[in-house]
Design a protein around this ligand. Structure first.
Ligand SMILES: [Cu+2]
Length: 322
């Protein structure tokens, strides 16, 4: 096992971190912190429709067993030994751990590659945060020698150092960016990044939802599946919902090769000064919005690209009374 740190980058970021710390001092805000995340690339047989699906009106469906494929996922651990998994709510589906920080924080992501199934090199690359090139993770053809952290071999470790600047507040994401990045991302190597500004209001419920396609070209299954957090068809992503009166925040992320929309029945919210009930997200784009829950009942949450909704991109959203 190998741990790589670039001393220069560390010193520079430490200095920057201290500067931010000084800026925040004097306010009643939470002081800047160094946050450690332990993220591991692992092989799992992922089931895209864990509940199975059968529509008796249309006479079509799919059994859970027929939606299993060899995925590569990112899993979070609480300790440097990678022995205690970070608890994962069911609604997160296939996602890697959510990297969460406040503006001013420094984030150290200790990445370990355990992809012995495919035996591929991997990396982590983030959006929205500040980092030096040694923490970019983007493998480039014909780079000699390869940039550090862009092709972490199976069995090896690398530490990425990211920083949440004042211009980092919002919803972002990280993903593999190594030699076979596109295939690795299509197999599940993605996760959300949440950076909170000092004046962000706390939400009672907050969900990070990735809209992405698992195509038959990658999975070798009989058909394409359109998923939210790697799960297709209703019932497969339990736990999405709220109680009346809750402040609910959605962080929606498009990933893959197609654009998607987030549509939630019975609700509307303000985005960029306009009241909407449907938001489009292009690949690698995000939308953040919130509302105070006022609509009890079991609702549909789905992509409004019709072909996508029809082929799995829909889930339940349950609102209960207090
Ligand atoms: Cu869609």
């Amino acid at each position: 096992m190998r741990r790589v740190l670039v001393p220069l980058a560390l010193v520079v970021s430490l200095t920057t971190g201290l500067t931010v710390l000084t800026t925040l001092r004097g306010s009643a805000r939470e002081p800047a912190r160094v946050r450690h995340y332990y993220v591991q690339a692992e092989n799992v047989d992922w089931v895209l429709v864990p509940t199975g699906y059968y529509d008796d009106k249309l006479g079509r469906g799919v059994a859970a067993e027929d939606t299993r494929f060899p995925a590569i996922v990112l899993r979070g651990y609480e300790n440097p030994g990678f022995t205690r998994p970070v608890p994962r709510p069911a609604w997160m589906g296939i996602l890697g751990p959510i990297i969460e920080a406040r503006v001013g924080d420094r984030i150290l992501v200790h990445f370990r590659n355990r992809d012995f199934g495919y035996g591929r090199p991997h990396s982590l690359h983030t959006h929205g945060l500040r980092y030096r090139v040694a923490s970019d993770g983007g493998w480039m053809p014909r780079q000699k020698p390869p940039q550090p952290g862009t092709a972490v071999a199976p069995g090896e470790e690398y530490t990425y150092e990211w920083e949440a600047g004042p211009d980092s507040a919002g919803t972002w994401f990280y993903h593999d960016h190594s030699v076979d990045a596109a295939d690795n991302i299509r197999r599940g190597m993605l996760g959300g990044v949440v950076v909170r500004s000092p004046d962000e209001r706390p939400a009672d419920r907050e969900y990070v939802l990735f809209f992405s396609t698992f195509s038959r070209a990658v999975t070798r299954l009989r058909r394409d599946f359109f998923t939210i957090n790697g799960i297709a068809f209703m019932g497969g992503l339990p736990g999405l919902g709220a109680r009346v009166g809750d402040r609910v925040r959605f962080r929606v992320i498009g990933m893959g090769d197609e654009f998607h929309t987030f549509h939630l029945h019975g609700h509307r919210w303000t985005l960029s000064g306009q009241v909407v009930d449907n938001v489009a997200v292009a690949p690698a784009s995000t939308a953040t919005f919130e509302f105070v829950e006022d609509a009890p009942g079991l609702w549909m949450l789905h992509c409004h690209v019709l072909d996508h909704a029809e082929n799995g991109m829909m889930q339940h959203y349950l609102v209960t009374h207090r």
